[in-house]
Write a protein that binds this ligand. Structure first.
Ligand SMILES: [Zn+2]
Length: 437
């Protein structure tokens, strides 16, 4: 069996024991059965509270209401939202503290560049974090998963170095068995399978590209690993990847969509439709220049009181959703296919897979944009363009640390500072690219 990881982290304990959790679960269960009108009423009530809060306490909005001439009391309905300004990543790259309402020490910070190359800084309250987890667990229940479901978790490999190379790590209180992508090799497969079977998982969860590496190894051995659900997020899946996951793990794909800024959440139901969780945030779908059927997801979070973002442009685009109601009967609106993160998987010189390698440049401070390229297996180049407060030496140290931690040590790495990153003909910058085959 896998050696146990560190004791349950404070974050996990707080999430499990939070006094608001039962009330949140009750509200989430009620809203799942609510009518569209009830959901709108719920959203509008919280929107009014949120606007009152930001007008009084958020430095950005205080200033905006003062200069715009808009009276916060006039923002009452969803239709009134458009009087408020749209926010972009730039706001959170350059001046995140202008949106902070609670002191930093009572919130959890996170930094990520998601699909775009420019890292943002955001904060979450404990309450909003617990609400999000409860909303995701509500989705699990649609697929028969208990809320304490045991999950095999495959993301990157950030514990590869601190486990002495052991491929799995048990996190008992969180009901998770982590598997390091870096250790997903044919030689380790028996050990990994033994640990997974001893753990008796309800579900497998993580990045589709990581799960695909495991699925391929299992397929080569004609082995199946049946679970009740395959929980995915963070990446767009190709039809081939979906089929592979479904055939090796047998369970349905339980995909959800969210972002670091946490302004909108969506997830598929048992009927296979992607629903916007409208009790989590208000979603506007705004037209995209030069496209007749694409829309950008713009979100207004309804639970993060410490760092309120209204009308935040996620940069994520969707095709128009079907307008008919879903057979599952829920009133949550449908969301079209998301044009989200797609990255090439890198590999080390000795052939180990490195899924979602863009995470190595996700959290760099003071850069405008960043990209990592694989020039050959085990040979990488990071390109950064300077942003506010750029410190070349500190950024270089951080990149080196990230690459060592996520990819393992001993790789060839060059760092180039450029004025501007070269974009592909599509115009959309990828944070990780393979430039050799
Ligand atoms: Zn549905």
């Amino acid at each position: 069996m896998a050696p146990p990881g560190p004791r349950l982290s404070l974050k996990h304990r707080v999430r499990r024991l939070h006094p608001l959790a039962p009330a949140m679960n009750h509200t989430l269960a009620r809203l799942e059965r609510a009518t569209a009108e009830d959901l709108t009423r719920y959203q509008e009530r919280r929107l009014r509270w949120m606007v009152r809060l930001v007008a009084a306490r958020s430095p950005f909005y205080r200033e905006w209401f003062k200069t715009s001439g808009v009276d916060p009391r006039d923002i009452r309905t969803l239709a009134d939202l458009e009087q408020l300004p749209l926010l972009t990543r730039r706001h959170l790259v350059e001046r995140p503290d202008d949106f902070r309402v609670y002191p930093r020490r009572v919130m959890w910070p996170s930094r990520s560049s998601g699909t775009s190359g420019a890292p943002v800084t955001v904060y979450r309250t404990q309450g909003s974090s617990i609400y999000e987890l409860a909303a995701l667990r509500r989705q699990w229940r649609w697929f028969g998963l208990p809320s304490s479901a045991r999950r095999v978790v495959l993301r990157g490999s950030d514990f590869a170095s601190d486990q002495g190379g052991y491929p799995t790590k048990l996190i008992p209180g969180a009901n998770q068995l982590m598997v390091s992508s870096f250790q997903l090799t044919p030689a380790n497969l028996d050990q990994i399978l033994d640990d997974i079977r001893a753990f008796e998982p309800h579900a497998i969860e993580g990045w589709p590209s990581s799960m695909n590496v495991l699925a391929k190894l299992l397929l080569e051995r004609s082995t199946h690993l049946p679970v009740r659900a395959v929980i995915t997020s963070s990446e767009v899946m190709t039809p081939g990847q979906r089929n592979l996951l479904r055939s090796v793990f047998d369970g349905p794909i339980v995909d959800h969509y969210g972002q670091t800024e946490r302004v909108a959440l969506a997830g598929v139901c048992e009927a296979g439709s992607m629903h916007i969780f409208s009790d989590y945030g208000i979603v506007e779908l705004l037209p995209v220049d030069g496209s007749s059927n694409r829309r950008e997801i713009v979100g207004t979070a309804l639970h993060n009181w410490g760092f309120p973002l209204l009308r935040y442009r996620t940069g994520d685009e969707v095709v128009s959703a079907p307008s008919s109601a879903c057979v599952c009967g829920r009133a949550f609106p449908l969301l079209g296919d998301i044009d989200g993160r797609i990255e090439d998987t890198f590999s080390t010189a000795d052939g180990r897979p490195l899924p979602l390698p863009g995470t190595a440049v996700d959290d760099l401070a003071g850069v405008h944009e960043a990209q990592i390229a694989q020039l050959a297996p085990g040979r990488f180049e990071v390109r950064v363009s300077p942003g506010v407060g750029f410190d070349e030496k500190a950024v270089s140290v951080q990149i080196r640390e990230n690459v060592d931690r996520l990819f393992g040590e001993g790789h060839e790495l060059t760092i180039r500072v450029v004025d501007e990153l070269k974009r592909p003909p599509s115009g959309k910058l990828k944070s990780a690219v393979v430039e050799s085959r």
